[in-house]
Ligand binder design. Sequence first.
Ligand code: MGD
Ligand code: MGD
Ligand code: SF4
Ligand code: MO
Length: 750
Amino acid sequence: MSRRETKYRICPLCEATCGLQVVVDGRDVVAVRGDDADVFSQGFICPKGVALTQLHQDPDRLRQPLVRRHSALVPVSWDDAFTEVERRLMPIIAQHGADAVAVYLGNPNVHNLSLALYGQAFLRTLRTKNVFSASTVDQMPKQLAAGLMFGTFTSIAVPDIERCDFLLMLGANPFDSNGSLWTVPDFPGRLRALQQRGGRCVVVDPRRSRTAAAADQHVFILPGTDAYLLMGIVHTLFAEHLVNLGRLAEHTDGVAAVEEAAAAFSAAVVAPVCGVAAETVRQLARDLACAPRAAVYGRIGTCTQAFGTTASWLVDVCNVLTGNLDRAGGAMFPLAPAFAINTHGTAAVGRGVRTGRRHSRVRNAPEVAGEFPVACLAEEIETPGDGQVRALITIAGNPVLSTPNGARLARALESLECMVSLDIYLNETTRHADIILPGLSPLEDGHYDVIFPQFGYRNAARYSPPVFAAPGDRPREWQTLLRLTGIVAGQGARADVDALDDFVATTQVQRAVGDPQSPVHGHDHNEIMVALAPRRGPERLLDLALRTGPYGDGFGTRPDGLSLAQLEAHPHGIDLGVLQPRIPEVLRTPSGKIELAPQPLLDDIERLRAGLGAALHNGSLLLVGRRHLRTNNSWMHNLPALAGGRPVCTLHMHPSDAVRLGLADGDVARVAARVGTVEVPVEVTDAIMPGVVSLPHGFGHDQPGTRLSVAAQRPGVNSNLLADELVLDPLSGNAVLNGIPVRVEPRRPQ
Ligand SMILES: Nc1nc2c(c(=O)[nH]1)N[C@H]1C(S)=C(S)[C@@H](COP(=O)(O)OP(=O)(O)OC[C@H]3O[C@@H](n4cnc5c(=O)[nH]c(N)nc54)[C@H](O)[C@@H]3O)O[C@H]1N2
Ligand SMILES: Nc1nc2c(c(=O)[nH]1)N[C@H]1C(S)=C(S)[C@@H](COP(=O)(O)OP(=O)(O)OC[C@H]3O[C@@H](n4cnc5c(=O)[nH]c(N)nc54)[C@H](O)[C@@H]3O)O[C@H]1N2
Ligand code: SF4
Ligand SMILES: [Mo]
């Protein structure tokens, strides 16, 4: 008898959040396909989604906790693993305080419902100031710029691609990445539709990426200079009287200050810095101002650079000055059904964001959004003295491959007194751990995207129940996090997880009933807890958030509104319509306006101006990264379906540079930067600017003591052996991972 069934699961692997159809037979996966009926992704899928089957089956994926005994990591029971955490961690906290324990949160924290909702409970209980995450090797500049302008760190406007006529993209390659801080499954299809409507797309990138090749125009730019290009555009908008804020005028402060800030950056002045013709800079300004509906979008290439916050700010300055922010076809703010801070509190006014409430011990780097730059982590471990980091907890992160100067960090990890990792692989980072606590296969866990609906190309709500029940005694990760919470709360390794969970839920319910804006304001919290029963864990928190959210049923005030039960009844999701204008309601700034000229950014203009004269590269080549469709940062190279095909860990180099350096296609080059050296095969291509070379990140799977049998066959090199941990965007603390000066030469004969 066939036990074949079709289940539905949102793909957790990248920000596109595609709805997938998973055909199962008993506990076996038969096939994974795009779900044509999904209201948000309409059947789109990429090779990584298909590879969820191999992830589920991967024999190297950890299924049991590992504990270090006599230098080897050996499997133990869950109870023994938590007992070991208590035994190793608590004396450190008792003797040196909670700051001696650092936490690093990796990218899957935003792709996993358990981690997204319970990580904060753990951090709030631990109360360490040494919190680090992948955000400071990624999007912190964008979050800070959004926070300063709009009042929350996640109020990020995204192009309304279905109604847009002109799309200017900088430093993003959604054909390979499938989009970021812009949840837009099937970007290629939506771009094609835009072009068929007569719209245009221009891509600014030092590489002719697949996205650039499909666009109507590609503009090469020297790495790290987007802030100059955007200043040139802003300057032109003022100089040619193209500024027209439209309905935003009455909601915007600081236009004159922006004009003054841009005064020194005419198109002619910025052109040589960027390697872009002055006339192109002017043309982009005119295109933006004259298109009926236009949007500027910048992503990781514009963030991981020394002027990351400035560039991210200027992206939205261009949107505002051309009247394209918050209008149909421009850059708009999604209205997420749950968990969005910009749907909480009073509409149209707030406290804004603050940074620098504390500083890192060694480098004095300011905190941003509650964390320190991860580029500071190694020095906090290495440097003796009061407040030294002696223990580290990594949660779904691989910082040895993902953060600058990975070699230094790996050495620092070896010196820790205790390291605990929540991870599903024994990899380049977790091989240093004393205890590894594995999560489940995505197919064994329920899913709702806590973050990405805040950046959706349209509004929607979707939930996936687990495809398979979790096997045996294996906890979901929220349960693991609550056990750790119990330990650091002093309740011991056998703390009552259900009681802790009730506490977490009650706290959130109490906050809701105490919030004058909430539909349950003034209700008895016990009554709400009863209404949420018998749900527990993340599903209970999700139901609460949906029902008290902007589309929610308000526990009865709007009976046809959203609840988790509604989503369960709609396995393909519920469409909530195209993006709607949200200004001023979305704002949470003290002025209640768009703060177009935040003081920290104005204060930093002098540094930008100083850069005009400085030679950026002194004859070095500049290294940038790139992504491939079949990769996902560092951690999916162990799946045969993704690891095969042409090697992707190669150094792209322009033919003119190759000739000059005596390198031919396939030769091994030695690439040296201040912090390290790698040897990697060269791929000669005119798809990259002369003077620029490119290497993808996330490789370097040749470390001893890992369990990545497939990845190790084609290890590649770790590009973050070249990234400098001392070079940051000073405002956001984000690492500079693009535009790294390197020397390249043929590998010397051995
Ligand atoms: N040079 C350079 N460096 C970069 C970048 C770049 O463009 N260039 N990009 C940066 C960006 S954007 C990011 S987001 C970071 C990523 O930085 P990280 O988050 O540190 O690295 P990942 O490779 O995403 O590692 C994810 C880890 O989570 C584990 N994992 C996967 N799923 C789960 C799960 O469900 N539960 C648990 N517990 N663990 C899980 C994986 O095994 C892996 O160890 O890298 C950054 N580093
Ligand atoms: N296939 C795949 N998809 C992924 C990931 C992955 O590793 N693989 N990672 C996921 C994650 S965590 C993230 S954050 C997103 C990132 O998604 P995207 O932001 O789209 O990232 P990339 O694809 O790296 O594209 C960045 C582009 O910026 C260019 N660039 C580099 N330096 C500069 C510069 O100074 N200026 C400009 N204008 N351009 C520059 C690069 O050449 C590259 O083409 O992708 C996500 N999706
Ligand atoms: S595009 Fe992203 S979300 Fe969609 S199937 Fe691929 S990895 Fe999954
Ligand atoms: Mo990322």
